[in-house]
Design a binder for this molecule. Structure first.
Ligand SMILES: NC(=O)C1=CN([C@@H]2O[C@H](COP(=O)(O)OP(=O)(O)OC[C@H]3O[C@@H](n4cnc5c(N)ncnc54)[C@H](OP(=O)(O)O)[C@@H]3O)[C@@H](O)[C@H]2O)C=CC1
Ligand SMILES: CC(=O)[C@@H](O)[C@H](O)COP(=O)(O)O
Ligand SMILES: [Mn+2]
Length: 392
């Protein structure tokens, strides 16, 4: 029986890698629905190839443009638009699995809809978990959702852990998240003010969307991943450690109570964790060449420099603060990164916007997804005010 799949964010880096793996296994997977925001022609080509029943676009104008092109190409995919359209394709009764690959908090509601419908949820969209926190995991557990981490570090940890979740806590000492250190790991910190979006988006090992690439450059990506790990694996914040490993061959590790460490290794290519999530607990071909150990120059590890990467430590601070603080941090960072990418904010001021927004917002205890979305909106508007003080 084929798995019927919805891909949220199909035109992005994770979305296209997902479809690349799916393309290799036509007997096992069928695309039920795709979603995107702006890239109409990429979506048109995906509809022509994968023939989904539905395609969702984020705005009415993009939906209309896609519908017109589909019609003139004789394609019958139905185009939907509106917030509840994403939730509809994520929770549709005919869907087995959902890839959550929208970037940012915009992915929270459709991922929660998939979780509530008890789907197999392949989660790349780390911001959904950073915003959703305990409420996200409660929804996963209450509705029998199978949550499969796609973020490479979390997929690595997931693969190193025993399958029986109830035994994790008793056996784990700590989770060791590896980090590349980004493109500025060795750059003179005095020159960080001059960095351009193109430089920040040049990740040393992965070709990714622009937002996550900037996060890797500030190491806010690792901060978000610390928060993601806390919720995915139900460990205390201080059980999560970060180590820089510039080659990104070791994707992360689990240290057990007896000091034994298990690591997951592989070529740095997101099709590996994606294939792992699609097929779990089986294994399928991902299209990625295995590691050639003889050709590796060496694997090195070092500590993250707190002065160069001040944002990294905000994760532990936010996790120890009242619930909702991680949502505030995420909102501030989304606003600051967008401002940097549009040329308004200096790279070295992203951290200042995050820090000031955190001190300006005291989050009330979120009781439901409505509270989380309201908190996200409030934190975004305060971050936008804070930003005014830092723009050139
Ligand atoms: N890229 C990677 O290797 C990794 C990514 N991740 C995580 O996966 C997620 C996706 O990352 P990535 O693929 O790099 O991002 P991209 O920017 O490449 O893709 C994002 C996708 O989401 C769509 N999108 C953007 N904004 C919205 C919105 N407001 N509403 C609906 N859809 C939207 C985009 O549509 P369009 O392009 O049509 O505008 C696109 O399809 C992020 O959370 C990231 O942190 C995690 C690990 C690795
Ligand atoms: C591929 C992936 O999972 C990204 O999150 C990537 O690992 C970024 O790495 P750094 O944030 O360590 O640069
Ligand atoms: Mn990652």
């Amino acid at each position: 029986m084929k798995q019927r799949l919805t891909v949220l964010g199909s035109t992005g880096s994770i979305g296209t890698s997902t479809l690349d793996v799916v393309r290799r296994h036509p007997a096992s997977y069928e695309v039920f629905a795709l979603s995107a925001a702006t890239q109409v022609d990429v979506m048109l080509a995906q509809c022509a190839e994968f023939k989904p029943r539905y395609a969702v676009m984020a705005s009415a104008a993009h939906a209309k443009a896609l519908a017109d092109k589909l019609q003139s190409n004789g394609l019958v995919t139905q185009v939907l638009q509106a917030q509840d359209a994403l939730e509809k394709i994520a929770s549709h009764p005919e869907v087995d699995a959902v890839m959550g690959a929208i970037v940012g908090a915009a992915g929270l509601s459709p991922c929660l809809a998939a979780a509530k419908a008890g789907k197999r949820l392949l989660l790349a969209n780390k911001e959904a978990l950073v915003v959703g926190g305990a409420l996200f995991m409660e929804t996963v557990h209450a509705h029998g959702c199978t949550l499969l981490p796609i973020d490479s570090e979390h997929s690595a940890i997931f693969q190193c852990l025993p399958e029986d979740r109830s035994t994790w806590r008793a056996r784990i000492d700590s989770l060791l998240l590896t980090a590349s250190g980004g493109p500025f790991r060795q750059r003179d910190p005095a020159t960080l003010a001059e960095i351009t979006p193109a430089q920040a988006c040049k990740h040393p090992n992965f070709s990714m969307g622009r937002k996550i690439s900037v996060d890797s450059a500030t190491m806010m990506n690792k901060a978000l991943e610390v928060i993601e790990a806390r919720w995915l694996f139900d460990v205390e914040p201080d059980q999560i450690k970060v180590v820089i490993h510039p080659q990104q061959i070791v994707h992360s590790m689990v240290q057990f109570k007896d000091a034994s460490i298990l690591a997951q290794l592989g070529t740095p290519d997101m099709r590996v964790p994606i294939a792992c999530g699609l097929a779990w607990p089986e294994r399928i071909e991902s299209g990625v060449a295995p590691l050639d150990f003889a050709a590796l120059a060496g694997l090195t590890f070092e500590e993250a420099d707190a002065q160069r990467f001040p944002g990294l430590h905000l994760s532990w601070q936010a996790l120890k603060a009242p619930e909702g603080t991680t949502a505030v941090l995420n909102a501030a960072n989304e606003v600051a990164v967008a401002a940097f990418l549009s040329g308004q904010l200096r790279f070295d001021r992203i951290h200042a916007v995050n820090l000031e927004t955190l001190s300006a917002v005291t989050p009330p205890q979120p009781r439901n997804v409505g509270d989380l979305l309201a908190l996200n909106d409030e934190a975004r508007s305060i971050a936008t005010e804070v930003l005014e003080r830092f723009v050139a």
